[in-house]
Design a protein around this ligand. Structure first.
Ligand code: FMN
Length: 232
């Protein structure tokens, strides 16, 4: 399948502005309230899913288990452009997840019809690919401080109920032979998850040209993208 136009535009923007990886991601709480927070873009999968990392103990995975709809707003300041990406997101199951959970995430991400894919994209339809990507991002994309956060107390828990912060691990390597570190890495990895977003609509707003430009793409049921240029 050919790549959507927006993907090339986004990838070009990221190549030109490698520091602008932060975007606001909104999920819906169980009560239906929008909840928004900043996250860091980590990678784009071969089939075009946006991948970020999270702690399974945070609220995002809880929200996504009930409602997969998300929206991201991404402002790339040097280029004066905004992407608004609407999609379906799944917390990528950990090795402990049941085959049914893996299968439903693959289905939701549009990775079930394996015959539609070729080469690297085909591998993405397997739980092994997702586990490899999780470990790759753990080892290559996380700082030591961030890795240690996954072995610290549950995010959001009252400070009165957790051990004093002087006891918390400060930094962790990606892997280690030291028994104490090994144990902490194992614990941290039980909380380290991927979230994959399958875009279903993308809006690209360009504020540099006068008049400004606004282009929308919507995913069609046959997998193609319909493009509409609208008034900004
Ligand atoms: C610049 C920046 C980048 C962040 N990146 C991430 C991220 O990639 N993943 C993540 O789970 N939280 C990230 N956070 C923390 C979230 O904004 C949020 O505080 C946390 O995920 C808890 O939110 P939740 O409980 O609603 O899931 C980041 C925060 C900032 C300010």
């Amino acid at each position: 399948m050919s790549q959507p136009v927006w993907r090339q535009i986004l990838e070009n923007q990221l190549t030109e502005n490698p520091k602008y990886t932060t975007y606001a991601l909104s999920t819906l709480s169980p009560e239906g309230q929008p909840k928004v927070r900043f996250v860091v873009h980590r990678s784009i999968s071969p089939s075009g899913l946006l991948i970020l990392t999270t702690d399974t103990r945070m609220q995002k995975p809880v929200h996504l288990a009930l409602n997969h709809t998300v929206e991201a707003a991404w402002w790339i300041e040097p280029s004066n452009v905004q992407f608004r990406i609407t999609g379906q997101a799944y917390t990528f199951p950990l090795p402990s997840s049941s085959p049914t959970e893996v299968s439903s995430a693959l289905q939701g991400l549009g990775l079930k019809d394996i015959e539609d894919f070729q080469g690297e994209e085909k591998e993405e339809c397997t739980s092994e690919w997702w586990e490899e990507e999780r470990i790759r991002l753990w080892e290559e994309s996380m700082s030591g401080h961030l890795r240690a956060s996954f072995a610290r107390p549950k995010p959001g828990k009252s400070l009165e109920q957790v051990e004093h912060s002087s006891e918390w691990p400060v930094s962790l390597p990606g892997k280690s032979e030291d028994p104490k570190e090994k144990e902490l890495i194992q614990l941290a990895l039980t909380h380290f998850a991927l979230i994959a977003i399958r875009p279903t609509a993308v809006e690209f707003l360009e504020l540099k040209p006068i008049p400004n430009r606004r282009t929308q793409w919507t995913l069609q049921s046959d997998g193609t993208w319909e493009e509409n240029k609208v008034a900004p």
